[in-house]
Structures are given as C-alpha cells and as structure tokens.
Design a binder for this molecule. Structure first.
Ligand SMILES: N[C@@H](CCC(=O)N[C@@H](CS)C(=O)NCC(=O)O)C(=O)O
Length: 232
C-alpha cells in the first residue's frame, strides 16, 4: 500500500487532502520533526532532503509536496488538466509553482520570523511579511474573477492553496481580522474545508501524537543553522 510520511504542517496536509480526494488506500506514517525523526536513515532513504511530506508508491519514491500532488494527480488523471491540453497545463504549472516557490516559502518564513526568531527581527519580518501579503493579494485578486485558482475546475492547485490558507491568520499575525482583507481566500478556504475529504485529512493527525513543545531539543532539530551562531 502507498506509504505517506507526514505531520500536520501545511505541506503534508495538501497531500493528505489529495489522497483523500482520490480515495486511494494509504498508510500514514508520522514523522515527528520536533523529535528529529526526519533525520532517521530510513526516512532519508525516502527523502534525502529530510522533510515531510514524502510518499513511497510501490517502487516509486516521491518527495516535496507539489511534486507529490502532480505525480498522484497525473497517475490518476484527476484534478489536473490532461497532458494534451498544453494551455491549461501551462497555467496549472505556473500557479502550482507560484504556490510552491512563493506562497509556501514566504508564508513559512513569515511564521518563523513572526513567531519563533529572536530579536532583532524587524528587517527579516518586514521582508517576508511584505512578500507573503503580496503573494496572497495576487491570489485574492485572481479569485475575485474565478471560482477556483484555475477557473471552473477544482484542481491540485486549490489543494496546494488549502494547505497554507488554513493558517493565514497565524501566518500574517492578523488573527480573524485577516479575512476582512481576504474575503475571496476565505470563500475558497471554507468551501474546500467543508469537503468530506478535507475533514478526513484534518482528522488524520488525531490518529498519531506529535510533540507539541518547541523546547531546546526541538529547536536543535528544526533550526540547525542556529548552532553556527554559538560558535566563535
Ligand atoms: N518544499 C518542501 C518543504 C517541506 C517542509 O518544509 N516540510 C516541513 C513541514 S511543512 C518540515 O518537514 N520541516 C522539518 C524540518 O525542516 O526539519 C515541500 O513542499 O514538501
């Protein structure tokens, strides 16, 4: 059976949503990144980058959330435009990579500098917060004229979007007031979250227990770069 290495963070949750939408049987395998399980040799053999999500599908290993979305959707020929439809395919790839290389990383760094990094952090936080807003605003404008990110059809791009938009108030540090500025994002978030597949994806984490404390040990695993700061 397909193995899904995951935790409850945004990138694995996109893949959980697709697996549930496809109704594929899979074994969820928790990887507790706060306990350093991402560095276990058995996991690194699946994802040499040491991050979740990753999957093993028979003899095929795939890592990186958006690569997994595309791999599974193409395999099943669902939730993506057909390979023969070059125009639709190009648009899908553009927005998928926009989320992969823009929305995700800038939102992730916003979370880090807003909620985790030590002072001084004003310069870095301003940079990432600005870019996070800029990316989300682009999607907000797009969704003012389209039901889903690619138009009429619900696709893996919406699933990639859903992984991150669920956390937008936390990402931007603006609480529930966030949605006043992003009503279209909220509309699509609510629609996707109401889908049975999304509810099953959200429930997945309750089947496993993950460490919640961000103590010194977890920080060493999660932020190994910090060690360099302690050396002369
Ligand atoms: N580009 C990767 C990023 C994966 C990623 O950063 N995963 C986080 C959880 S969302 C993780 O595993 N963090 C643990 C670590 O960095 O040690 C993807 O989209 O899958």
């Amino acid at each position: 059976m397909l193995q899904f290495f995951y935790n409850a963070a945004p990138n694995p949750m996109k893949v959980a949503l697709l697996l549930e939408e496809l109704g594929l049987p899979y074994t969820p395998i928790p990887v507790d990144t706060r306990k350093g399980e991402q560095f276990a040799p058995a996991f690194l053999a699946v994802n040499p980058n040491g991050k979740v999500p990753a999957i093993v599908d028979g003899s095929v290993k795939v890592f990186d959330s958006n690569a997994i979305l595309l791999y599974l959707a193409d395999r099943e020929a669902r939730f993506v435009p057909a390979l023969s439809n070059l125009q639709a395919r190009a648009e899908m790839l553009s927005w998928l990579m926009f989320i992969a290389s823009g929305v995700g990383p800038f939102s992730g760094q916003s979370v880090h500098f807003r909620h985790v990094a030590p002072e001084p952090r004003e310069y870095a936080l301003n940079r990432y917060d600005y870019e996070a807003h800029r990316h989300w605003r682009l999607l907000e404008s797009l969704l003012a004229n389209r039901h889903y990110v690619l138009g009429e059809d619900y696709t893996i791009v919406d699933m990639a979007f859903w992984g991150w938009v669920r956390l937008l108030p936390y990402v931007l540090g603006t609480g529930e007031g966030t949605w006043t500025h992003y009503p279209q994002l909220k509309r699509l978030l609510d629609e996707i979250s109401a889908r049975p597949a999304a509810q099953r994806a959200e429930a997945l984490r309750t089947r496993h227990s993950f460490k919640t404390e961000l103590d010194a040990e977890s920080r060493r695993f999660m932020f190994p770069a910090n060690e360099r700061l302690t050396k002369d």
